[in-house]
Design a binder for this molecule. Structure first.
Ligand SMILES: Cc1cc2nc3c(=O)[nH]c(=O)nc-3n(C[C@H](O)[C@H](O)[C@H](O)COP(=O)(O)O)c2cc1C
Length: 199
């Protein structure tokens, strides 16, 4: 019985540890104009897991804090309300990106990737980001969608710089994914975005 308890605790600890991120590397990469030249949508993904450092850099590029003294972020938001919540869905679970701590907060255990989109590649790609509007922070979904567009383009440019494949997707079963991510009624899914190595 004790051995089973120990195994359960170890599994829980491993799952929680998956939420910790190394500090982002905020130098290097392709020059901006080269990244813009390479930006494109890709729909073929290798199942290979993303290295933790890549995940850290990607999340920071997407929607990280780039001006800690003011809490400023890598993408704009109307009146700096920062109403977009960024979730990461991996084979290990679903996580909310806490930009201030640059950490992933576990929200659900298990592989929920099949719920992250309706296209075939979604369940096998290592990472699906989900961009969610928190209407408790701003009631205007247009503003949230514009901010999400900027976050999505940050992901596109990071992927173009690193040779990763990505596609932003509206094709999501919103009620099913909102339930799986345990979203509050004020939180509305805007888009999802798949990221991974090229097949
Ligand atoms: C709001 C939005 C929703 C999109 N939804 C999907 C989608 O559900 N599935 C998909 O494969 N691509 C989707 N795309 C990607 C577009 O199909 C793609 O950007 C377009 O074909 C242009 O290709 P490019 O990104 O390579 O320039 C979406 C793009 C945007 C901006």
């Amino acid at each position: 019985m004790r051995i089973i308890h120990f195994a359960v605790l170890c599994a829980a600890a491993a799952w929680l540890a998956a939420g910790e991120l190394p500090p982002p590397v905020t130098s290097g990469g392709k020059p901006l104009m080269e990244a813009l030249k390479a930006r494109q949508s890709g729909r073929e993904f290798s199942p290979r897991k993303l290295p933790e450092q890549t995940l850290s850099n990607l999340l920071w590029a997407a929607w990280g804090v780039n001006r800690p003294e003011k809490g400023g972020r890598t993408a704009p938001s109307a009146m700096n309300r920062q109403e977009v919540d960024l979730y990461a869905v991996t084979a290990e679970g679903a996580f909310l990106y806490d930009a201030k701590k640059h950490a992933l907060q576990a929200v659900a255990a298990g592989d929920l990737r099949a719920l992250a989109g309706t296209q075939g590649f979604v369940k096998d790609a290592p990472l699906n980001l989900v961009l969610v509007a928190d209407t408790a922070k701003s009631g205007d979904l247009t503003y949230a969608a514009i901010s999400a567009g900027a976050i999505s383009q940050n992901v596109y440019l990071y992927c173009a710089s690193e040779g990763l494949s990505t596609v932003v997707r509206a094709s999501v079963d919103r009620p099913a994914l909102e339930k799986a991510l345990r979203l509050r009624p004020e939180q509305k899914i805007l888009v999802a975005q798949t990221v991974g190595f090229l097949k």
